[in-house]
Write a protein that binds this ligand. Structure first.
Ligand SMILES: [Zn+2]
Ligand SMILES: [Zn+2]
Ligand SMILES: [Zn+2]
Length: 313
């Protein structure tokens, strides 16, 4: 077990330090504590599991976000970038301004290149993005930087001098018009959406059927994220030994059954018992014969016909 806590000061919901005075049955004041016990850091790094996964997700998304921004900024330069679709933006978000798009894509590229330089042992400013950069070229530049940073993520995330700055630059959401755009800022304002589906299994943390599954983009692992506001659990298909890939696997398609000769068409059923098709359909209407996806079971047809003969006799 780790004996270190998340360096970003995360606290566990409904879990309190012994000294907490704003929780428990004795407290009936106006400002109850929602949790003050610090969250353990993930093994080997200084971030909790949640912060680590969020940071990783934004790093993985950085290239797609920049490509996305460039393709909205100048659709004529979108080129191969139509694989990213725009989610209908919510009503309170102002229409994208080209200047914001250019600022955001440039800021993210600069940040990512700066960190990639740092990982490579060169502390110099990162190159930005030319205002006329093509979406797919911009994507490739950021992808290269992201791969370098992700390769070194566990090392960076275990370095108290680096990790807070990396989080600041990548995963912190500053709000509407940030001075420097983070990947997270851009993802809030211009979301990427890869037609995620609802998972068929409950969230392991809040137990609600609220997990969205996002298939892996550009060679990245698939992701699972809880959508309830109280719980922001997330994992990818490689976390925890691949456990979640199994839990949230696409349900198997309905089994295609081989042709079953005992299932007859209406005409074949009628022929079998020497009746008119209309008569057999009448049996179904009267509830005397069961139909299975438009077919009739041979034994049922014979039994019903025999019963009818008995009734008529
Ligand atoms: Zn507390
Ligand atoms: Zn944390
Ligand atoms: Zn949840």
């Amino acid at each position: 077990m780790s004996d270190r806590y998340c360096i970003r000061g995360c606290t566990a919901r409904d879990s309190h330090l012994a000294a907490c005075e704003r929780s428990g049955n004795d407290y009936d004041g106006p400002n109850p504590c929602r949790g003050c016990a610090p969250v353990d850091a993930r093994e080997g790094v200084l971030l909790c599991e949640r912060c680590y996964r969020t940071l990783r997700r934004h790093l993985e998304d950085a290239a797609d976000v920049v490509g996305h921004l460039r393709s909205i900024a100048d659709p004529t330069k979108a080129a191969a970038y139509d694989r990213i679709r725009v989610q209908s933006s919510s009503i309170e978000i102002p229409a994208p301004v080209a200047a914001d798009l250019i600022d955001a894509s440039n800021d993210i590229t600069t940040t990512m290149n700066m960190w990639a330089n740092h990982v490579a042992g060169e502390d110099r400013p990162g190159a930005g993005l030319a205002a006329g950069a093509m979406a797919d070229a911009a994507h490739d530049v950021v992808r290269l930087a992201a791969d370098v940073i992700l390769d070194d993520l566990d090392h960076l995330a275990n370095d108290s001098h680096q990790i807070e700055a990396l989080c600041e630059g990548v995963m912190v959401v500053n709000g509407a018009a940030p001075d420097v755009w983070t990947v997270a800022d851009a993802a809030v304002r211009w979301p990427l959406e890869d037609s995620p589906r609802w998972a068929q299994a409950a969230c392991p943390e809040c137990d609600l059927m609220a997990v969205r599954v996002q298939p892996g983009r550009s060679g990245r692992p698939s992701r699972y994220r809880c959508t309830t506001s109280e719980c922001d659990w997330e994992a990818n298909s490689q976390d925890d030994g691949g456990l979640w890939a199994a839990v949230f696997a696409e349900p198997a398609p309905p089994e295609v059954r081989p042709h079953d000769p005992s299932l007859l068409t209406l005409v074949a059923a009628a022929r079998l018992v020497h009746r008119e098709p209309g008569t057999v359909r009448g049996w179904v209407k009267a509830g005397d014969l069961e139909v299975h996806l438009g077919r009739y079971r041979e034994a049922d047809v014979l039994a019903t016909a025999a019963r009818k003969r008995g009734e008529a006799a």
